[in-house]
Every structure is written in structure tokens, then in C-alpha cells.
Design a protein around this ligand. Structure first.
Ligand SMILES: C[S@@+](CC[C@H](N)C(=O)[O-])C[C@H]1O[C@@H](n2cnc3c(N)ncnc32)[C@H](O)[C@@H]1O
Length: 380
């Protein structure tokens, strides 16, 4: 047994002991697919750096193979261009734009997709190709199609997948458009997040088929949803337990940010503690309430800037021990956030798994509890 085989076996054993790998067929896939082939190099965060610095790690470096078999996301590209194998200075900064997602999440999602033998799957976000290879092992290469937006990332993934002997259909392009040539699909799994469910997915997945995707936005809110397509263009589903986040699909990313000048505006006391929107589900509710805004700040000092209208809201502690909000612009961002947070708090501040989603001719709506509960429209 090689060192890589031993490390892979240990990882599989650990994921099984942790209750992540429950399906023997996916355990077999995890035991077979060599993650090291997909990660000849990656970036490691420089501890304590601010802004976060990344240093390249290559296969000849000590600790490379051990890191490949730890249960962590390994970044492989920054800002859509910087690679860890490029010549140049050591540590760099940037925003992660491609990675190999942590194995526990990849394998948990493959299992949550409830996919079975003979079913055809469309994956959005090939990345390194590791998750694609797992799918190809479990379902057979002919059943798997994967789309990657970034041509350089796609080329490297194709080479790695080729080395491992799998041959899924690999497409370079915008996964938000799906891949009509391969439809109908029984399942769609997205390993990048989206602000709303793209229409083509709702037509290319057959009625009865399932879509597993993370809904996100520009304010650090994420929710993993499993939807069933009910008829072409329509779907319904629930958000799942846990805490899943993914980098946003490139065409859904926020517009470039101008320099921010905080302006005077209308001032009033807030009814809620602004720290409520630093909570995982609270932050997500705030994002649903102000879907074209970006959130900055933290705790009691939150800042919301709306990209569609330039509206602003910011909170600060007031001398009486409460908090004050200053709002400016056509959208009263804090009014929207505050009433949504209050609605969520009235229901006992439940975790995301108490939310659902309905998509029909009337648009895409996220609801709390039931379809008649508090509802938010996604920015389609
Ligand atoms: C977290 S990585 C994928 C991880 C991958 N499944 C793995 O196991 O290595 C997300 C990937 O989605 C890609 N991506 C972003 N927007 C996309 C889009 N619109 N269509 C297809 N891929 C996209 C990114 O370039 C990135 O490679």
C-alpha cells in the first residue's frame, strides 16, 4: 500500500466514524479516487495574516500529501487568475475563485442528492475535478456531465480526470445555462452557489428530478436547498441542516464595489440588536430581506450598501445602551431587514432547515415554516 492509499483509507475511516459516509457505494468511491491527482499544488493560508495571505504548496513540499488527505478545502486559484504553480513571489493575497471542496462536504452532498444507479447527473463547478471523479466512480462516467466556467481550471480538471481513468462529459462554459445537449437530467448538483435557481436548470432536470444547490448572495448568507422539479420550470424544496457555503457562481457575483462613503441620513433607534444579523440564519434572513445589498461590518455595527439603488443603512450603539440606525436612499434597507428578523424571531429564531422554497410562474420564494409563513422573493 502506498502512503497515499494509507492516507486515503484513514480519511475514509474517519469520515465513516464521523457519520458523514453512510452509503457503502459512496464509501467505495471515496476509497478509490486519488485526491492527490487533483491537487498537484494548492494555496495554504498564512497563519495570522490580514488580509489573508496564501502561500503555494507543491507536491514536492513536505506535508503536501498529508494536507491533501485532511478534511479541508484547498484553494487552487485566486481572483480568477492566480495559480499556486505560477512562478513568482511566495505569499499572495486575493479572493478564492476555485478550490477542491473539503471531502466531507463533497461526499455529504453526493449522498444528500439521493442519486441512484442509472441516473444522469449534471454537476455545476468542476473545479479540480475531484467531486466529478467521485460521481463518475459511483455512477459511471456516462452518467456524469460537469461544467466549469474557467477555461484554465477546466483544462487542469480534464487532465487530472483523464489520469484517473474516468471519462465524464466535461463542458467549459457558464453552468447557469446548464447543458441542454445532455438533457434530461435526473439530478443537478452545484458546487458553486447561486442567488436564485437559474431557469435552465428547472427545464433540463426532468419532473421528479432533484436539484441540490446553495443559495447565496452578497452578504455572507448561504443555505443549501434540495428541490424537486414538479413540472418544467417549477420546483419545491427544503433547506437542509448544517452550515454549507460555496463561492458564488461567477456571473452571480456582486458588481465591482466603488469606494464607500457613508452619508448622513434619517436616524432612529433600532428595534432589534443588529448582532442578530451576524448569526448564520439571521444573516441569511437579512440577505433575503435586502437581496441586492452587500453587508459590511459586524456585531452592533452593521453597514448595508445597496448595489441597485445606492441606498445605505448603518447601525451603531447608542448612549442609552440600545442601537441607532441611519438610513439613506430610496430603499429603507434596515426597515426591510428589521421586520424580517422580527418575523424570524417571532417563530423562535429557527435554523435554516425550517425554511423551504417554491418556484413557479409567480417567481422564486423562500418561506419559513410553511408556504403561508413569512416569505421572501429571490432576486430573479
Ligand atoms: C468550490 S469550486 C468546485 C469544487 C469542485 N467540485 C471540486 O471538488 O474540486 C467552484 C467552482 O465553480 C466554478 N464556477 C463558478 N461559476 C461557475 C459557473 N457559472 N459555471 C460553472 N462553473 C462555475 C469556479 O470556477 C470553481 O472552479
Amino acid at each position: 500500500m502506498t502512503t497515499a492509499d494509507a492516507l486515503r483509507a484513514a480519511m475514509v475511516e474517519q469520515l465513516t466514524a464521523d457519520g458523514v459516509l453512510t452509503d457503502p457505494a459512496w464509501r467505495a468511491a471515496a476509497s478509490a479516487v486519488p485526491r492527490e491527482t487533483f491537487l498537484p499544488s494548492f494555496f495554504r493560508e498564512v497563519p495570522g495574516s490580514n488580509p489573508t495571505g496564501y502561500e503555494p504548496v507543491h507536491e514536492q513540499d513536505p506535508g503536501w500529501l498529508e494536507a491533501v488527505y485532511t478534511n479541508q478545502t484547498l484553494v487552487t486559484q485566486l481572483d480568477g487568475r492566480t495559480r499556486p504553480d505560477a512562478d513568482g513571489p511566495g505569499a499572495v493575497t486575493g479572493s478564492p475563485s476555485s478550490s477542491s471542496t473539503l471531502p466531507s462536504l463533497v461526499l455529504r452532498m453526493w449522498q444528500q442528492l439521493e442519486v441512484d444507479d442509472g441516473q444522469r447527473v449534471l454537476e455545476i463547478g468542476t473545479g479540480t475535478g475531484y467531486s466529478t471523479a467521485l460521481g463518475a466512480h459511483r455512477l459511471g462516467s456516462r452518467s456524469v456531465t460537469s461544467i466549469e466556467y474557467d477555461p484554465d481550471v477546466a483544462t487542469r480538471a480534464a487532465a487530472a480526470i483523464g489520469k484517473t481513468g474516468y471519462s465524464p462529459t466535461l463542458v467549459v462554459g457558464d453552468g447557469l445555462a446548464g447543458h441542454a445537449a445532455g438533457e434530461p437530467y435526473d439530478r443537478l448538483i452545484a458546487t458553486c452557489s447561486v442567488r436564485y435557481v437559474p431557469q435552465p436548470w428547472l427545464f433540463q432536470v426532468r419532473p421528479g428530478g432533484k436539484i441540490l444547490a446553495t443559495l447565496s448572495g452578497w452578504s455572507f448568507g448561504f443555505g443549501l436547498a434540495l428541490l424537486t422539479v414538479t413540472e418544467p420550470g417549477c420546483a419545491t424544496g427544503r433547506f437542509l441542516p448544517g452550515y454549507t457555503s460555496f463561492m458564488i457562481a461567477r456571473p452571480h457575483d456582486r458588481p465591482p464595489r466603488q469606494s464607500i462613503t457613508l452619508m448622513p441620513g434619517d436616524e432612529r433607534p433600532t428595534r432589534i440588536d443588529p448582532a442578530a444579523i451576524s448569526d448564520w440564519t439571521g444573516g441569511w434572513v437579512a440577505q433575503l430581506a435586502a437581496p441586492s445589498a452587500e453587508r459590511l461590518g459586524a456585531g452592533g455595527q452593521q453597514i448595508l450598501i445597496d448595489f441597485a439603488t445606492g441606498s445605505q443603512a448603518r447601525t451603531m450603539p447608542s448612549p442609552d445602551g440600545g442601537w441607532t440606525v441611519i438610513q439613506r436612499g430610496p430603499l429603507r434597507l434596515w426597515d426591510q431587514v428589521e421586520s424580517s428578523i422580527e418575523a424570524w424571531q417571532r417563530e423562535g429564531s429557527p435554523h435554516q432547515e425550517h425554511f423551504g422554497i417554491t418556484i413557479d410562474g409567480d417567481g422564486q420564494r423562500v418561506w419559513l415554516g410553511s408556504k403561508d409563513g413569512p416569505t421572501w422573493r429571490l432576486p430573479v
